[in-house]
Design a protein around this ligand. Structure first.
Ligand SMILES: [Zn+2]
Length: 591
């Protein structure tokens, strides 16, 4: 039972307090805020629509400031709706409010969309003149960033129709996915997805095998729904990319990340070229576990000598904060707020969505973190990961709403760096060689999960999106074949993939929520390994540069943000250096 786990670990009461947003669904401020947003959107439209091409810098500044204020209020409402839904997917009131907010957001969007359209149509010369004005310095990156979508923009009427229909589009389909997964029961004991997935990390092969079967069985029973959602969203993306003239399925993600397609290709190619690293590792793991062959459900089997004692919430908290504190007291201080001020939701329970996330909320409040804490070392690492995001979002908030949104690729940098800090401080405490090795292996596996697994998933996405575009709707068997082909490419003969494993593409939310996103993890991890290498070399003087990187949020492009560290993202050698660090870590256990 989930409630027993929470009691044992001390997470029962570790729930976030959304009172910092609104006191509850009956808080009168909710309706006031909704009215403000709706009225302000209409007034802005009345004051500025049709006038954008003639605005002075001063007027443009007034307009953008008003927009920012409106979006902050709207962001607050959406955060409240979204966070409640994340822990209560079963609750119909909660679900209805989220849908209501989507509809309100869509209607507000229709009143405000004029600006982006008109701003993007402005002649470059005129736009440059405005952007160079000091009055607009604060919004320069935001305004420049908006214009990058100009070539993909449709006419005003088309954009309005798309907005009007948005509430029944992607967001609605991903909600259905969440609901299906949230309701899904696994095995005789009708357990949740989290509980079953957690069994894949059991020392007992029988438990792992049973979990793999339970997972497969329930996914199979729902495959007709899951493949429908999957296909609908592949088609949605295809249509949207075609209308907006994006050259490839991943181009819009790259543009959002402020990366050139070329940079991403270089990262992917460098990683695929080093698939020998996971293969070498899994051969070692097979030997260490004493198995004839390593099956897919053995991949996460813990190695002997690894502490498998459950870690109570309070101890996990201490591990994370101590590691942060050794690097930077400021970082520990901010992360401490999440624990002390109820900004974090930790227990496992029915109706709560799986996984973990940090939500930036709006600058005037503070970020929130959600985890499903089951008490193993991996969970501690997840807490560090999400708090890394949390600290990043907290620091970046100082730049204001429009400048705080870090591009996806760099938002994973802070989280992965935080994990690495916790890992290294834990490693220092181990002097027994076997324990050290087991611990390094576990870290390697976590790095594989962010680098090689994500790149193999990117190769899978590449195949399904292109497949959908070239040959029409995909049968579940075809998706399974593409999944297996791209997984086999990575594992080689080091892991035997069972037939069950074939449909495990169907529970991964990223493919649906944020197509193309997964490579960001590899980007973040490899960048962090390189940055950590610099920290080791430079010591104390690295810390302020790093905090400055986090504080900068999304106020500059990724290329500019990493410049102070002397990093060139288009140099294959840079990515190879990151991969070499993984190779060296593997070397430590190969000896
Ligand atoms: Zn993350």
């Amino acid at each position: 039972m989930a409630s027993d786990i929470n009691k044992e670990l001390g997470t029962t009461e570790v729930k976030w307090n959304l009172g910092d947003l609104y006191s509850g669904y009956d808080d009168p401020v909710i309706e006031e805020d909704i009215s403000f947003c709706q009225d302000e959107a209409k007034t802005i439209n009345k004051d500025f629509a049709g006038r954008v091409e003639n605005l002075t810098a001063e007027e443009l500044n007034v307009l953008v400031t008003r927009f920012e204020k409106l979006e902050i209020r709207l962001g607050k409402l959406f955060t409240f709706a979204f966070l409640n839904f994340a822990t209560q997917t079963h609750d119909q009131q909660v679900s209805a409010f989220l849908q209501r907010m989507r509809e309100i957001g869509s209607s507000i969007g229709k009143d405000t969309v004029f600006f982006e359209l008109a701003w993007n149509e402005l002649a470059q010369e005129k736009a440059n003149m405005l952007l160079e004005d000091d009055l607009l310095a604060h919004y320069r990156h935001h305004l420049e960033n908006m214009r990058k979508y100009a070539p993909h923009q449709l006419s005003e009427i088309e954009e309005k129709i798309l907005l009007e229909r948005a509430p029944v589009g992607r967001g609605s389909w991903t909600s259905l996915f969440e609901k299906v997964m949230g309701h899904m029961k696994f095995g005789e004991n009708e357990r949740t997805e989290e509980e079953v997935l957690s069994d894949l990390y059991s020392t007992d092969r029988g438990v792992r095998k049973a979990a793999a079967e339970e997972l497969t069985e329930s996914l199979k029973a729902h495959l007709h729904i899951l493949i429908h959602i999957f296909n609908t969203l592949l088609a949605e993306k295809m249509i949207s990319d075609r209308m907006r003239q994006y050259p490839g399925w991943v181009s819009s993600m790259n543009l959002g990340n402020e990366l050139e397609d070329k940079t991403v290709d270089i990262l992917i190619e460098a990683t695929v070229n080093r698939y020998d690293i996971p293969q070498r590792y899994y051969r070692i793991k097979q030997k260490v576990l004493g198995l004839d062959e390593l099956l897919d459900y053995d991949r996460y089997a813990p190695l002997e000598h690894l502490p498998d004692k459950k870690i109570p919430w309070q101890d996990g908290r201490t591990m994370v904060l101590d590691a942060f504190g050794k690097f930077s007291p400021r970082m520990a201080e901010i992360a401490g707020c999440f624990f002390d001020k109820e900004w974090i939701h930790a227990p496992v329970h029915e109706g709560k969505r799986g996984g973990a996330f940090a939500h930036p909320c709006v600058p005037e409040v503070h970020p929130y973190v959600l985890v499903n804490y089951t008490g193993n070392l991996r969970d501690v690492s997840t807490v560090a990961h999400e708090l890394g995001h949390g600290v990043h979002q907290y620091l970046a908030a100082e730049r204001g709403y429009y400048n705080s949104n870090t591009t996806l690729v760099l938002s994973e940098t802070a989280s992965v760096f935080a994990e690495l800090l916790v890992f290294n401080s834990q490693l220092e405490l181990l002097d027994n060689r076997e324990e050290r090795n087991a611990f390094i292996c576990q870290k390697l596996e976590s790095i594989f999960a962010t680098v090689f697994r994500q790149v193999s998933m990117n190769r899978f996405e590449d195949k399904v999106h292109n497949g959908r575009r070239e040959q029409g709707e995909l049968k579940s068997d075809e998706v399974t074949n593409l999944w297996m082909a791209t997984q086999r490419e990575m594992f080689g003969d080091s892991v035997t993939l069972s037939e069950n494993y074939g449909i495990w593409w169907s529970y991964i939310p990223h493919f649906l929520h944020t197509p193309g996103y997964v490579y960001s993890y590899a980007f973040g991890e490899l960048l962090v390994l390189a940055l950590y290498g610099l920290y080791k070399k430079e010591g104390e003087s690295f810390v302020p540069k790093y905090l400055e990187l986090l504080s900068a949020g999304g106020s500059q492009t990724p290329y500019e943000l990493v410049e102070p560290f002397g990093v060139d993202l288009d140099d294959p050698q840079f990515w190879n250096d990151g991969l070499k660090i993984i190779d060296d870590m593997l070397g430590l256990v190969e000896e």
